[in-house]
Design a protein around this ligand. Structure first.
Ligand SMILES: *[C@@H]1O[C@H](CO)[C@@H](O)[C@H](O)[C@H]1NC(C)=O
Ligand SMILES: *[C@@H]1O[C@H](CO)[C@@H](O)[C@H](O)[C@H]1NC(C)=O
Ligand SMILES: *[C@@H]1O[C@H](CO)[C@@H](O)[C@H](O)[C@H]1NC(C)=O
Ligand SMILES: *[C@@H]1O[C@H](CO)[C@@H](O)[C@H](O)[C@H]1NC(C)=O
Length: 184
């Protein structure tokens, strides 16, 4: 009788101990982010440099389009430079990495799926993810920002983009980006 009581007591203490350990583990586990989150609204302005021609292209079409005016069926993998100004020699702020695909048959309309990877200033290492429709012949296009990482955790927002320069022969383009993003 005394023996089984002792075993019960031991079991109880053991459980209590486990429970305590669990509670401290929950309390002291490092937080993945700040507890007092404050929402910020940021505006970013830069130029996207798509280089298809020449010895150092940053955009590689991997499939041929069915139609050269709509670009339907053309998938292009990109690692395009993002610069401060429109000149290709302007300071690099980051890269647009991902791809776009001609996915409209009525007009030139691209599905853009890319990460804007910033490499300058306070946003160095942070990423904004854009997934949207880009009817490239329209004067201004809007695409959603669907997420982000680093300083852009929880990002949501939109990009307004306008073609600054386009060479229809070579396919090279410079596009102005205004990104409005909410993040923490
Ligand atoms: C599209 O243009 C390329 C290069 O100018 C040409 O080689 C190709 O035949 C054209 N494709 C179609 C479907 O017209
Ligand atoms: C960029 O720099 C190169 C080399 O310095 C120069 O040849 C070129 O003209 C410059 N381009 C522009 C648009 O300023
Ligand atoms: C950006 O961050 C990387 C990695 O931490 C670092 O090597 C690089 O020097 C930084 N660049 C700038 C411009 O601060
Ligand atoms: C971006 O914002 C600037 C300043 O407000 C404006 O001059 C420019 O036209 C805008 N561009 C686009 C593509 O929205």
């Amino acid at each position: 009788m005394a023996k089984s009581l002792f075993v019960l007591l031991l079991l109880f203490l053991l459980l209590l101990n486990v429970d305590c350990k669990l509670a401290t583990a929950i309390k002291t586990s490092p937080r993945p982010f700040k507890t007092h989150l404050t929402q910020k609204l940021s505006h970013l302005h830069f130029y996207y440099q798509e280089v298809v021609s020449g010895p150092k292209p940053t955009a590689i079409p991997v499939t041929k389009p069915l139609d050269n005016t709509t670009l339907f069926g053309m998938i292009t993998v990109i690692d395009n430079r993002l610069t401060q100004g429109p000149s290709p020699n302007s300071t690099e702020l980051g890269r647009a990495q991902g791809m776009h695909a001609g996915s409209a048959q009525g007009e030139a309309g691209l599905l853009m799926a890319m990460n804007l990877y910033f490499t300058e200033g306070k946003y160095n290492g942070s990423v904004l993810t854009i997934l949207g429709r880009n009817p490239v012949m329209h004067p201004v296009r809007e695409m959603p920002v669907v997420g982000g990482s680093g300083l852009f955790r929880f990002a949501t927002g939109f990009a307004l983009v306008k073609t600054y320069f386009f060479d229809s022969e070579k396919g090279d383009a410079v596009v102005e980006y205004n990104v409005t993003v909410m993040h923490y």
